[in-house]
Design a protein around this ligand. Sequence first.
Ligand code: MF3
Ligand code: CO
Length: 266
Amino acid sequence: MFGRRSAIEIKSRTELDVMRQAGLVVARALSAIGLAAKPGVTTGQLDSIARDVLSDHGATSSFLGYKAHGAVPYPGVICASVNDEVVHGIPGDRILHDGDLLSVDFGAIIDGWNGDAAITIEVGDVAPELRELSRVTRESLWAGLAQARVGAHLTDISHAIETTIVSAGADYGIVEEYGGHGIGSRMHMDPHILNYGSPGRGPVLRAGMALAIEPMVVLGSPDVGVQADAWTVSTLDGGRAAHWEHTVAITDEGPWILTALDDVHL
Ligand code: MF3
Ligand code: CO
């Protein structure tokens, strides 16, 4: 890193405008899924909703066919992770039940440019401590997004996320094996973004960079493992998890949330 120019992709304003179009497709799909995710609905039905939104907008999926670990191409357009599943849950016949905490992650491509976001949905009546888990996770995401400014260091984001979670109480664990990422002409690009750490380290942020920031927070131990399906990441102790994500562009006018439904500039 020292002395080396960062290899983080810089987007032109025109390219960011296309990323915003991809981000809006993501926002619309997640909004529709948030309304549809009721007890009795399957995660596969939510995947179908996202497929319809993609085709309505002439967009393609960032996730379908994605090969992260070599052999097994990802089979869905969304990730649907229920309860102790943290991320990368495969959509299918699983029926949602009252009280489930469901994270849905979705990525879309327009003209080669990616948007990536995730929301945590309360299915029916959810226990207060799980609603609080999701609220704290979302708050940590926004604390991180607020640091996505020209001249900041990458780990200012990491530190803001960690500080928000740690100050919310001792019940929360931050998952360390997964984190955020650069995004643009590919979904996963440099840099990797830890959801914890000291501030003031890593590359300096510049206008035209885009980052996907995605804290994953659990009740209990943050230790996770990958299921036999080669994708689903679950907590080892069965603790419930929450996951929120946005794609943000760094601009001279401040952070621009590319995957928000409204036009949000921080
Ligand atoms: N937002 C998730 C991530 O960045 C999406 C990856 S799912 C995959 O890890 F299927 F595309 F791998
Ligand atoms: Co992501």
